[in-house]
Structures are given as C-alpha cells and as structure tokens.
Design a protein around this ligand. Structure first.
Ligand SMILES: [Zn+2]
Ligand SMILES: [Zn+2]
Length: 173
C-alpha cells in the first residue's frame, strides 16, 4: 500500500505534521505509517531535519497571499525534491507513478511526496484550497476538500466558535 497523491491523503498528512510538528525521527516515522505510508528504509535523525525543512517550505506555500506566489514557492519545492516520473509497482498493489527516485530515505521522500501531492491537490481542486483556519487565534492549517471549496474553518468547533462571536458582536452593536 502507498499514499495516493491524487487523493487528499498527502496534503492532509502535511497539514497534520505542520500543525503538530514531530519531535523525533521515530515519532515522524510512526505518524507517517499511521497515515498509510510504507517505509522501505529505517529512519535516521537527519530524516527529521529534512522533513522539518520541507514543512517550513510548505508553510510558506500555505501562507502565500496570491496564486502566483503560491505557484512559485511550490515550484521551488518541486525543483528541490522531485525526479522524473517513473512507473513503479514497489508494493505489488498495482502500477502507479512516482515523481521521486526509488528507495529514498524518509526525509527526501516526504519532501517529494508533499510537493507533488500539494501540486496535484491545488491544480486539481483549486489553487485557493489550502489555508489556515479563519479563527485568528487558531491558525490550524487545512486542505479544503469540501464540495464547494469554501471551507473557512479547520473544524466544526471553530466554525461554531466564530458563529457565536459574530452573533454576540451583532447583538451588542
Ligand atoms: Zn508508491
Ligand atoms: Zn480552527
């Protein structure tokens, strides 16, 4: 099994890791496994460093204020981490495309996976569909995979919180 970069799996994993950054290479590996990623090599401390670097670059993509800037930043991530596309059946579950070299350590693998997965998500669903929660003090990152593409909050809890606040602001005005 592998993460489907055409689905929402990869951007959701990136957001999950960026919102709560892993503290060790082991934690990183565990959370990637829990998301469905098959690790073909043992993890090393430098995998954590490389993954955190990738997440920092990715947060700049999230915080880009217009589509041009967002595309530029993401192109930089793609240029730094991806290889020419190749067909692979490494897990024996069917042929699919990889945009990275085979048998990469987890750090560079994540960098490539996040760059490609985010590029596919944004070009496939809409360039605006990656953002932080509209509740200022929340700032949680999420990928908008909603039908309408107008999701503003990371969770129902934040949506309710903001609705209550707006209601209060109206009634005291
Ligand atoms: Zn694969
Ligand atoms: Zn929120």
């Amino acid at each position: 099994m592998h993460l489907n970069p055409y689905g929402a799996d990869v951007v959701n994993l990136a957001a999950e890791l960026a919102n709560r950054r892993p503290a060790s290479a082991e934690e990183l590996a565990d959370r990637c496994r829990a998301a469905g990623l098959v690790l073909e090599r043992p993890v090393a401390p430098q995998d954590l460093d490389r993954a955190l670097e990738a997440l920092t670059a990715w947060e700049e993509v999230v915080d880009a204020t217009d589509e041009e800037a967002r595309a530029d930043l993401l192109n930089r991530m793609l240029a730094a981490a991806t290889a020419h596309p190749r067909l692979t059946d490494h897990a024996g579950t069917g042929w699919h495309l990889h945009y990275r070299d085979d048998r990469q350590p987890l750090g560079p693998l994540l960098h490539a996976l996040i760059a490609v997965g985010t590029a596919l998500h944004l070009t496939g669903r809409g360039m605006h569909r990656l953002r932080r929660c509209a509740v200022t003090e929340c700032a949680t990152i999420f990928a908008d995979t909603s039908r309408t593409g107008r999701q503003r909050y990371c969770s129902q809890r934040c949506a309710n919180r903001d609705a209550v606040r707006r209601h209060r602001a109206r009634s005291t005005a």
